[in-house]
Design a protein around this ligand. Structure first.
Ligand code: AHM
Length: 336
């Protein structure tokens, strides 16, 4: 039997990338492997979400007498415990935690990286079996090695992201990973429990014909945003309009489609969410980094997302993201 060497695992791939940089220590690859492990553990639970409910809902006890955890709480605890055990993480910030979590053991104090994540984005979709995801990004800390990391390590501009990614728990489970060398997708091969390279050098098409927004909120939008939606729905064959409307309500799933097929995804400011709904640090920054590394664009409408200096951990921001030409046209029509 011949070994199937057409498969390249996430580990092999990141190690291969590491070898291209003379001074690289491989720490980032180790961290990515640890995040991959956490996501495989989350995936296992997500896949049996319906069964878990049969065995006992949140607050109930399962047949083994263990308390059941809500999936987003479970995902958060898995991410934290795996990264706490990681050799290369000084601390984390999570959408589920009010404050940063600093790892103070001797090894972590000397770790170079901090990680930010949304452990289970779009979790309201769990009940209807729609795709959900984990989003993460990794920064090099700016605080002194040997000391505990601090809030300034986490309030860096998205431009400083070293690597980012998401895992989509969908019809298959896939990890999309962006570094300065580009964006690559790895599908979980369940039989060997490894993420394997399946989508090499992913590029977001510069143009598209899909717009993605919670259109039910139109009554809460300002006139310019409403006019832009009218533009998306207008009949004009020359510019491929009307665009198709797609909205899953799970950012990872909506942006995964946008990355592959092109289009624009928006969560703008509205009457109920004057600063937008999505979080700069856990959702907008990592996603903008991935889309930008793939040739697309992410903006708040007035500023490139990656150039915004965060002022607080759970800051919200309006977002327009996806195919470069579509995003630039939307911004020109709404904000200029
Ligand atoms: P969550 O953090 O509660 O999961 O909310 C984030 C989700 C995004 O995945 C999605 O794009 C958005 O909220 C959908 O919001 P809405 O239901 O208002 O359209």
């Amino acid at each position: 039997m011949n070994p199937n060497r057409h498969l390249m695992t996430l580990d092999e791939f990141t190690f291969f990338q590491t070898k291209q940089f003379k001074n690289s220590t491989g720490e980032l690859s180790t961290l990515l492997r640890d995040i991959g492990l956490a996501c495989k553990l989350i995936n296992k639970q997500v896949n049996k979400a319906g069964l878990t409910e049969i065995l006992g809902a949140h607050g109930a006890v399962n047949v083994q007498g263990e308390e059941q955890m809500k999936l987003d709480v479970f995902a958060n605890e898995v991410m934290i415990s795996v990264l706490r055990n990681s050799a290369d993480c000084a601390g984390i910030a999570s959408e589920e935690n009010d404050d940063i979590v600093v790892f103070e053991d001797d090894h972590s104090l000397n770790s170079k990286y901090v990680v930010m994540f949304d452990p289970l984005d779009g979790s309201s979709n769990i009940d209807v079996n729609a795709s959900i995801g984990t989003i993460f990004c990794i920064y090099k800390r700016i605080s002194e090695l040997g000391k505990p990391c601090n809030i300034d390590d986490f309030l860096q501009k998205g431009r400083n992201i070293m690597a980012s990614g998401y895992v989509i728990y969908g019809s298959s489970t896939m990890l999309v990973y962006a570094s300065r060398l580009g964006v690559n997708g790895f599908t979980l091969e369940q039989s060997i429990g490894e993420f394997c390279l399946s989508h090499k050098d992913m590029r977001c098409p510069v143009d598209g014909k899909i717009y993605s927004i919670n259109q039910g909120n139109t009554c809460k939008l300002n006139d310019k945003l409403k006019s832009y939606l009218d533009f998306c729905m207008a009949d004009d064959k020359a510019t491929r309009r009307p665009y198709s409307h797609r909205y899953i309500g799970s950012m990872v799933a909506d942006l995964h489609r946008t990355l592959i097929k092109g289009g624009i995804f928006m969560y703008p400011e509205d009457r109920s969410n004057p600063k937008g709904k999505l979080r700069l640090l856990y959702e907008c920054n990592p996603m903008s980094h991935i889309i930008e590394m793939a040739g697309g664009k992410g903006t708040s409408g007035t500023e490139n997302i990656l150039d915004m200096k965060p002022s607080e951990l759970h800051q919200r921001v309006p977002i327009f993201i996806g195919s470069k030409n579509m995003v630039e046209q939307a911004v020109a029509m709404i904000y200029q």
